[in-house]
Design a protein around this ligand. Structure first.
Ligand code: ZN
Length: 395
């Protein structure tokens, strides 16, 4: 016989007989509270978290088993318990640590007799929940994180990752930080202030990449042929960062051609350029300052595709020789976060100091970036009806 789990009427339930199950829940809860046996609570579906795993790669659970003293936590001065280097990886269903005699056998600090270590390791979510804190001061030995450094850097301003982290990793991390807050170890309650999920890169056939479909592109292979900068820029250019999009062999060729063009531009001898005179410099400067402003804003909003598009337009501009050096320098600085290797090389070749990645992002001047406008007076039958600010069209 199985329990009936659907809706219906209470039966064989004493005083609750005849009630609907919903009425029964309320009546039973009332009685439980009336007798002081318990009280109503919302559970938020929280479950116990079993943190032990039968794996090598995880933090050892610092417990020992002694026949006389029972289960004891490893003393603080004996931490950390380190993983052994002689583990054997065999499909036994047990932790590989079980087979490491050096690891398993230890001495009980309670009675001095022989004891055995716990061989399960912790779920790696135990580490990923607070790793961003330890990264700040990895050599700090008086606690998990240097409080002064933590004060300066935490909480994390911007978290990026796949949407698949939302239900596990981010939840665990929030739980950890809230617990650390309650323990007085951090002065903030949320670990991440802003979250941005990147999209998924699909196969050329616009389907999710999978071995069975045969549409998997291995980025390492493409990096080997086209270089990491081309792959990075292509992934950023493929579409809005949070949308992702289909891989395209043609698309990456286009990006590679553009990067080659930037290389060509940046290695030209400015002194040997033909000049068209200084008359267009104002317009060139305007374009430059507009492009820098647009790029900065786009990067800030994770709009890498439009940032690259505006750099492409900019790299097609004809530039007067006297502005050449400044224009090339700013193009490299804007491109540096996207094509870090190539821009570093070009930076060095142009005789500038190491490193392009230690330079500030270029600034801009809103006045110089402002569109040139004139006032268009609209008259109808000799009467002024409106005045419009209209950009000057440069053909
Ligand atoms: Zn003992």
């Amino acid at each position: 016989m199985e329990a009936y789990l659907g809706d219906g009427f209470m039966t064989s339930s004493g005083p609750y007989d005849g009630m609907t199950n919903e009425e029964g829940v309320e009546a039973i809860s009332d009685d439980v509270e009336k007798h002081g046996w318990g009280k109503r609570a919302v559970s938020y579906r929280i479950r116990d978290w079993l943190i032990s795993r039968q794996r090598y790669w995880g933090t050892p659970i610092p417990m020992i088993y002694c026949e006389s003293c029972g289960v004891l936590p490893v003393r603080e001065e004996d931490l950390p318990v380190l993983l052994p280097s002689d583990a054997e990886f065999k499909p036994t269903g047990e932790s590989p640590l079980v087979a490491s005699a050096d690891f398993v056998n230890t001495t009980c600090h309670g009675c001095g007799g022989p004891a055995k270590r716990e061989t399960d390791t912790m779920d790696t979510f135990m580490d990923s929940s607070w790793y961003m804190m330890r990264y700040l001061s990895p050599h700090f030995s008086d606690g998990p994180v240097d409080p002064e450094v933590a004060k300066a850097w935490l909480p994390v301003d911007q978290y990026t990752g796949g949407a698949e982290h939302a239900v596990m990793h981010l939840l665990y991390s929030r739980f950890f930080i809230k617990a650390l807050y309650d323990m007085g170890m951090v002065d903030f309650e949320e670990p991440f202030l802003r979250l941005f999920n990147q999209g998924v890169i699909l196969g050329q056939d616009h389907e999710k990449m999978s071995k069975s479909r045969g549409n998997v592109v291995n980025p390492d292979d493409v990096v080997g042929v086209m270089g990491a900068d081309a792959v990075r820029c292509f992934l950023m250019f493929i579409g809005p960062w949070d949308h992702g999009g289909p891989w395209s062999g043609e698309g990456i060729n286009g990006i590679a051609r553009w990067l080659n063009r930037v290389w060509d531009i940046a290695t030209r001898d400015a002194a040997a350029l033909d000049g068209s005179g200084g008359s267009a410099s104002r317009e060139t400067r305007r374009m430059l300052h507009q492009t820098v402003r647009k790029c900065y804003g786009d990067l800030d909003r994770f709009k890498f595709n439009t940032a690259i598009a505006s750099m492409m337009v900019w790299s097609d501009q004809s530039v007067e020789p006297e502005l050449w050096s400044e224009c090339v320098e700013k193009l490299l600085l804007m491109l540096a976060p996207m094509a870090p290797h190539m821009t570093e090389e070009l930076w060095e070749r142009s005789g500038r100091g190491y490193s392009i990645h230690q330079q500030d992002f270029p600034g801009w001047d809103d006045d110089l970036a402002a569109d040139e406008v004139f006032t268009l007076v609209v008259q109808v039958n000799g009467k002024v009806r409106d005045k419009l600010e209209v950009p000057v069209w440069h053909s």
